[in-house]
Design a protein around this ligand. Structure first.
Ligand code: AMP
Ligand code: ZN
Length: 466
């Protein structure tokens, strides 16, 4: 089987290959940096991270753009309230977002681009849309005339016929299923930041930034465009209308959308007040890896209910895997290999691949790892896991962690790890003093299997990681 994704555009699961040169051109809508992102936002960004890692594991190169929306209604309002410039205000939350991504081990896109660095490009695009008769101007604002784009509705599968002309909207968010001409460019208002451009003074609407930055860095047709389901309409529908009106080409071949993180039956959202930031949870003592695990554990097209019990269970699940990995790395195994165990390892690795190939079925991929750990533990207990079985099992867990990335402890725990190593070294020193050289050698070998190299020097034992 090969890699397949559910494509919102076709409403079907389709086999995925990039269109050109083995590189996936991927665009994902990034954060609006008006405040700290909440873990609902990070559910979508964690999905993007798993997507990136699985595309890479599938042998593809990545060319990924993520935008930072650093100008919008809320940002302007909040910056003014704090008497800060837009730049001063958004720098804080952009930095916080990047720190949170690092905490959650989310890979950074190849191009992380800010809307305010592309105002001129947006003005150019709007000028071209105007030349193509796709816009009209009213009170200094420029609107996209939806009636000029016959494909409008093809992503959200809404039928907008009879509902396309006339009414317009200039706020960045508006009601679902309400197709109104949207603002590409907003007239300057007293006291608001604006830019002087070839189409006059003002500031861009939200939708145009994604079209412009995607095309600028990735070309006219993307392989994959992704975001949360709330972006399908109107944001992504509008991106398609703008981009395809500009280029005459299909804007993105695949559209992938992550379902919501929920709290007690409702979407986690700033506006509902039912949210936690990453910092809230870490402040309460939860581990970043546990949060990452929880967010990744449910396949992205299913909504995920956030609970503290779930977070606790995630932490315990990681501990189980870590304990197995430690045993795998350090256990003294009988010589030779067991054929049944070799076949079991291969089957687990294959099940892992098949699950992620199946539209990133992370729940099944995790199950493959847990069932394997359980069977391999039993086999070790029964002496049916030989030394020759170790390498393949280690490879499987490397493959697992290249995607899920939860096995290495972070922060204070990483320090704990160091102190555990020091403790083993102290144990070895004591064994040597007691002239129990066999025990001392055994500890050295166990540490070596964990990637720790010991050096006996005149001033004592030094250690380093391989
Ligand atoms: P924003 O910063 O509001 O532009 O949102 C950033 C990303 O988070 C978008 O892709 C949204 O679709 C996504 N998002 C917002 N709320 C949730 C939620 N409760 N669960 C999952 N994704 C969400
Ligand atoms: Zn976008």
């Amino acid at each position: 089987m090969s890699l397949r994704f559910y494509n919102t555009l076709s409403q079907r699961v389709e086999e995925f290959h990039p269109a050109r040169d083995n590189t996936v051109r991927l665009y994902t809508c990034g954060p609006t940096v008006y405040s700290y992102a909440h873990i609902g936002n990070f559910r979508t960004f964690t999905f993007v991270d798993i997507l990136r890692r699985w595309l890479r594991a599938s042998g593809y190169g990545l060319d990924h753009v993520m935008n930072i929306t650093d100008v919008d209604d809320k940002i302007i309002r909040n910056a003014a309230a704090e008497k800060k410039t837009l730049g001063e205000y958004t720098a804080v939350y952009t930095q916080a977002f990047l720190e949170d991504c690092a905490t959650l081990r989310l890979e950074v896109a190849e191009h992380l681009v800010k809307a305010t660095d592309h105002i001129g490009d947006m003005a150019d695009a709007i000028a071209r849309l105007t030349a193509g008769q796709h816009t009209y101007t009213s009170d200094g604002s420029v609107y996209f005339r939806i009636a000029t784009f016959p494909g409008y509705g093809k992503l959200s599968h809404n039928d907008f016929s009879g509902n396309l002309a006339g009414a317009r909207v200039d706020v960045d968010e508006y009601e679902k299923a309400d197709a109104r001409d949207f603002a590409l460019w907003k007239a300057p208002k007293e006291g608001e930041t604006s830019w002087d451009t070839k189409i006059g003074p003002g500031r861009p609407g939200w939708h145009i930034e994604c079209s412009v930055m995607a095309i600028k860095y990735l070309g006219e047709t993307l392989d994959i465009h992704a975001g949360g389901v709330d972006l399908i309409f109107p944001h992504h529908e509008n991106e398609i209308a703008q981009s395809e009106s500009l280029t005459g080409k299909q804007f993105s071949r695949f559209w992938l959308h992550a379902e919501f993180l929920m709290v007690e039956g409702q979407k986690m959202a700033k506006s509902l007040g039912n949210y936690f930031t990453l910092r809230d949870l870490i402040g309460r003592g939860y581990k970043p890896e546990a949060i990452r695990y929880l967010l990744a554990s449910v396949p992205y097209r299913k909504s995920l209910n956030f609970t503290f019990d779930g977070l606790q269970a995630a932490q315990m699940a990681i501990e189980r895997l870590r304990n197995f990995k430690l045993r795998l790395d350090t256990e003294k195994l009988p010589e030779g290999g067991d054929d049944k165990m070799a076949a079991r390892t291969e089957a687990a690795a294959q099940a892992f691949v098949n699950s992620l190939d199946d539209d990133l079925n992370t729940a099944e991929a995790l199950a493959a790892a847990f069932e394997y750990a359980r069977d391999a533990n039993s086999a070790m207990d029964a002496g049916q896991f030989g030394a020759d079985n170790r390498a393949a099992a280690v490879r499987f867990f490397e493959q697992f962690d290249a995607v899920f990335d939860v096995l290495k402890p972070s922060g204070a725990d990483a320090g704990d790890d160091d102190s555990k190593i020091e403790a083993r070294i102290a144990e070895r020193n004591a064994a040597k003093k007691a002239r129990n050289f066999a025990r001392a050698d055994q500890i050295r070998d166990e540490l070596l299997a964990m990637g720790i190299i010991l050096e006996d020097t005149k001033s004592g034992v030094r250690w380093k990681r391989k």
